[in-house]
Design a protein around this ligand. Structure first.
Ligand code: ATP
Length: 238
């Protein structure tokens, strides 16, 4: 079985996320993709976030029409109810909640998979650019293959240079990559990175939060069920 793992803050989940997952599913014939909202994204610990339960609910709604897309509680907080509280606004993560490291999530998921299953870690190139700083980044490349949604302006050398130092090919190898756009596959001894090009949509959750705060329509950016949920619950992104 081919399995995808797609982690994110999903605050909120949008059409750019779905496009990435669809393209990965098609190209690698993924039997299922787990969408994993992080309770405490390690790189956004100081940023106010919508409570986990609302972000998870929106992931459920956005993935409902896709048979192979599964909402996952792999990074759910221990006490989801207490987390939500009575408010409808964004909150900073509770101080004692531990950050969700992808390496732990991947290992937890692999516990339920067979040895013969292939696991693909789905990610956008902006996030991949920072991957060398992630907790146990090398180990993550050892555990799964990467599928990166690239975008114009990035070269294959940028992708290779984003790898953790010990996995990076030598400069002599990457030099010719500088003129090649970030597409195709980068298969190295200790890392496999597949690139998906031509799918990046100019959508970000940041822009959507601004649109919500300004009471603009979200029609072009999110599933109608997600927009309805935001309105119905009165989620406050102001
Ligand atoms: P924010 O604007 O709040 O930083 P975001 O839109 O980047 O959020 P995340 O939930 O942080 O959304 O992203 C989850 C994953 O989806 C990351 O790997 C990110 O790179 C990727 N991603 C986000 N937007 C797009 C997009 N428009 N196209 C392809 N990948 C995307």
């Amino acid at each position: 079985m081919n399995v995808g793992l797609f982690g994110g803050t999903f605050d909120p989940i949008h059409n750019g996320h779905i496009a990435l997952a669809r393209a990965a599913q098609e190209r690698f014939r993924l039997d299922r993709i787990y969408f994993v909202p992080a309770n405490v994204p390690p790189h956004k610990q100081r940023q106010p976030l919508m409570p986990y339960i609302h972000r998870y609910a929106m992931v459920v709604l956005a993935t409902m029409g896709h048979k192979a897309f599964l909402p996952s509680l792999l990074e759910a907080p221990a006490a989801t109810l207490a987390e939500t509280g009575p408010g409808k606004g964004r909150q900073t993560a509770r101080v004692h909640a531990e950050p969700n490291y992808s390496i732990d999530t991947v290992r937890r998921l692999k516990h339920f998979l067979k040895k013969s299953d292939r696991l693909f870690f789905l990610i956008g190139i902006d996030a991949f650019d920072e991957i060398a700083k992630w907790h146990q980044a090398e180990a993550l490349f050892h555990e799964c293959e990467f599928v990166v949604a690239s975008r114009p302006g990035y070269s294959l050398a940028d992708v290779a240079n984003a790898l953790p130092p010990s996995l990076r090919p030598s400069e002599a190898v990457t030099k010719p990559f500088a003129k090649q756009p970030a597409k195709g596959d980068l298969v190295l001894k200790a890392a496999t990175v597949h690139l998906l090009d031509n799918l990046h949509q100019a959508i970000s959750a940041t822009a959507i939060r601004e649109a919500i705060a300004a009471k603009r329509s979200l029609k072009k950016f999110v599933d109608p069920k997600v927009e309805a949920y935001i309105k119905k619950l009165g989620l406050d992104y102001g």
